[in-house]
Design a protein around this ligand. Structure first.
Ligand code: FES
Length: 129
């Protein structure tokens, strides 16, 4: 029984290090050491970590039109290439982008909040703080 517990512990530790390592490398996750204030945004590696009254959510900052990087301007996301505009939560306000920005899952980690780049979630999803 003790051997099984040690083996499980080693596996969990290895899995955690693998996830954390990918986070640092930025290939599968982006780690945010700080949390934005309500109504605020922190941008890192084409991910916007945002906070509203419901909690924290993450947007993939890749315009659904042709892939440019939207920038936050006065509470909106504005694409500099062809003028698409999205509201603070990533909903499309006007095109040419055919849809809103992609929402990504956020979870707590030892280093901070981790945004999982391969885990899309519905637009209403929030991490409660
Ligand atoms: S790439 Fe964003 S509007 Fe065209």
């Amino acid at each position: 029984m003790a051997a099984v517990a040690v083996a499980v512990g080693m596996w969990v530790g290895a899995a955690f290090r693998a996830v954390a390592g990918r986070g640092r490398a930025g290939t599968k996750a982006v780690v945010f050491e700080r949390v934005p204030a309500k109504g605020g945004v922190i941008v890192k590696k084409r991910v916007g970590l945002c906070r509203d009254e419901g909690g924290v959510f993450a947007l993939l900052l890749v315009c659904p039109h042709l892939g440019c990087t939207p920038r936050v301007e006065e509470g909106f996301w504005q694409c500099p290439c062809h003028g698409s505009r999205f509201d603070f939560t990533g909903r499309r306000m006007h095109g040419p982008a055919p849809r809103g920005l992609t929402h990504l899952r956020v979870r707590r980690g030892a280093e901070g909040l981790i945004v999982e780049l391969e885990r899309e979630v519905p637009g209403a999803w929030r991490l409660k703080l």
